[in-house]
Design a protein around this ligand. Structure first.
Ligand code: NAG
Ligand code: NAG
Ligand code: NAG
Ligand code: NAG
Ligand code: NAG
Ligand code: NAG
Ligand code: NAG
Ligand code: NAG
Ligand code: NAG
Length: 498
């Protein structure tokens, strides 16, 4: 080859080298000699050291955990960092089985004060929670020790979690608090249906959170939203086993921020306790829930497919006679098909103090798979704005398609809903660590629950219920209080709104 050409080529090559941002991505392999991580050993130190270097790097960096199984006592990755970081986990990280051996009392893996983080790699965060579920007495013991969340994001922005599995968390799988613009893409969340308090993704005080192409099977809510959440989108999610997707519980704290702008689209619920749910405490603080849209939903073997419960009160420790003050409005349930395992497929128990407004139900095609009567709906204190393509039985007796002139006040039947499955002994998380960042304690919440005990109330079982015509209703249960409630619950909205 010509010498001149060689020189030109060499110079060009050097120039290219010089101007290539070789530092565009720095690579920190936790199993490299520098960090010394090895499969089948604990890599807590290696990982934290790699993080320190990555966080200090002025260039984008990748922390790499290759295939293999590693122990991890716990790690909290704290910013602010100088440049975006990708934590690429191909292997399986395992938590200690004993809660007490996890480094932090409430977090196994935590990310705080970060921007532009990517968590990826196809790996697994195995919380090894089985022992913790057995020991979980958080429903009765306020000093309980079973609160270790698998993965927490606190004050984190512009972050992507993709191709990651959270397995058998001791408490929640993911907790998202005070974050903006977080996307879960193709995540997998798995724990047995009878595991305790293992909510899939809990989100509070955060905006722009997307969960897409994700499968969640767990022992508590698949996704639950605390206060101060807006612009959320959940699409192509499968949920089951689990307790469904829930807005709330809300109203348990003073000064809660609104929950607004939630789109839940193309979601399949499979053998879940609830499907599309909104729940607030009775005797609650004020709050606002609006612009919530459940759309294109498939229910398979779901106990309570569509439910708004403003008297949510596990263990009957609250005073249901005092209504919820959380205002729910602009909610839609559209194109929801499938099967219900209880006859009460649509259940709206709204607050008589602040009734639900502008609720749309359309294209509801649910069938009851059991033999205890016929499919039915129950609506108290709700103003249904649009009812279209819904059978009468599922629209609280309203004809459908709805139009103001044709909507007929259907004579209500009064029944005691014997098949109510929102049981008194629910084992869901009450306080959890839902609305708080790491380490904020929940005494306020507990006080609310503990001080507001009262005689068991059966009021919730006395409702205006509409069902298929030949469903025999049980009457003869009316007590004065129930009659008052009936008047409030039905006739007022009837005259005011229909
Ligand atoms: C995340 O975004 C919020 C709102 O834009 C901002 O206040 C906060 O400082 C950001 N967090 C970090 C770690 O930069
Ligand atoms: C959200 O975060 C992603 C990932 O960092 C980023 O690409 C995107 O621009 C962010 N979106 C907004 C609206 O800031
Ligand atoms: C979900 O998957 C679809 C199809 O594979 C893709 O188009 C979409 O971008 C994914 N969603 C997110 C948020 O990555
Ligand atoms: C839906 O999510 C699943 C993973 O749960 C994925 O395999 C599938 O490609 C996604 N479909 C679309 C259309 O995004
Ligand atoms: C909707 O969800 C189902 C089941 O998860 C999936 O097969 C389908 O591809 C999804 N469609 C879209 C448009 O995401
Ligand atoms: C529901 O789950 C069962 C058992 O896990 C599974 O066999 C079935 O295919 C699922 N159905 C749908 C529609 O996803
Ligand atoms: C229906 O769901 C229940 C849990 O609610 C579950 O035990 C049962 O196996 C499911 N049946 C089918 C056919 O999937
Ligand atoms: C509900 O929607 C109506 C009209 O679509 C709008 O005027 C109203 O402000 C909304 N309410 C809330 C609380 O967002
Ligand atoms: C009525 O609802 C069913 C079930 O959701 C749907 O398949 C059908 O297309 C809807 N029809 C109209 C006219 O909206």
């Amino acid at each position: 080859m010509d010498q001149k050409l060689m020189n030109v080529l060499t110079i060009s090559f050097l120039l290219v080298l010089a101007f290539t941002p070789v530092h565009s991505s720095v690579f920190f392999d936790v199993t490299s000699a520098k960090y010394g991580g090895k499969p089948n050993t604990d890599i807590t130190k290696a990982l934290l050291n790699a993080w320190t270097d990555a966080c200090a790097s002025p260039w984008e960096s990748t922390i790499y955990v290759p295939k293999g199984t590693y122990g991890l006592k716990g790690a909290i990755f704290v910013g602010h960092c100088k440049a975006p970081i990708e934590l690429q986990v191909e292997g399986t990280l395992q938590a200690p089985e004993e809660t007490g051996q996890v480094t932090s009392p409430d977090t196994w893996v935590g990310f705080r004060y970060l921007n532009r983080l990517t968590l990826s790699g196809g790996g697994t965060f195995d919380g090894r929670g089985a022992l913790s579920w057995k020991q979980n007495d958080c429903n009765t013991n306020k000093n309980c020790k079973s609160r270790v969340v698998n993965i927490r994001f606190d004050f984190v922005n512009d972050t992507i979690i993709k191709d990651i599995t959270s397995l058998d968390s001791k408490n929640f799988h993911f907790n998202v608090f005070a974050c903006n613009n977080i996307t879960f893409q193709h995540a997998t969340i798995t724990a047995p249906g009878d595991s305790v308090n293992t909510d899939g993704i809990h989100i509070a005080r955060s905006t722009m959170v997307t969960v897409a192409n994700t499968s969640i099977g767990t022992g508590d809510d698949c996704i639950s939203l605390g206060d101060g959440t807006s612009q959320l989108k959940f699409t192509n999610v499968t949920c089951g086993p689990g307790h469904g997707i829930s807005i709330g519980s809300l109203g348990g704290h003073r000064d809660e921020q609104p929950v607004t702008g939630v789109i839940i689209k193309n979601v399949t619920f499979n053998s879940t306790q609830n499907g599309a749910r909104i729940k607030t405490w009775p005797a609650s603080y004020g709050g606002l829930v609006s612009d919530i849209h459940y759309e294109d939903i498939i229910m398979v073997n779901v106990s309570n497919p569509i439910i708004i419960d403003q008297e949510y009160c596990p263990w009957n420790l609250c005073n249901k006679k005092i209504p919820s003050k959380v205002k729910i409005s602009n909610v839609s349930f559209k194109n929801i098909k499938g099967t219900s395992t209880t006859p009460l497929a649509v259940n709206f128990i709204c607050s008589w103090s602040v009734p639900c407004e502008n609720v749309e139900i359309s294209g509801i095609d649910l069938t009851y798979t059991g033999h205890k009567g016929f499919i039915s709906s129950q609506c108290s204190n709700v103003k249904l704005a649009t009812i279209a393509n819904v059978t009468k039985a599922l629209a609280c007796g309203n004809y459908s398609p709805a139009s103001k002139n044709h909507t007929e006040a259907h004579s209500p039947e009064i029944s005691r809903s014997e098949n109510q499955t929102v049981s008194k002994n629910q084992t869901e998380t009450v306080a959890g660590n839902r609305n708080e960042p790491a380490r904020v304690d929940q005494r306020k919440y507990r006080r609310l629950l503990m001080t507001s005990s009262g005689p068991e109330s059966d009021d919730r079982f006395l409702r205006v219920t509409s069902s298929a015509p030949n469903n025999r209703s049980t009457c003869g249960w009316l007590q004065p209080r129930a009659i008052v409630q009936l008047l409030r619950g039905f006739w007022l909205p009837l005259h005011g709104w229909f």
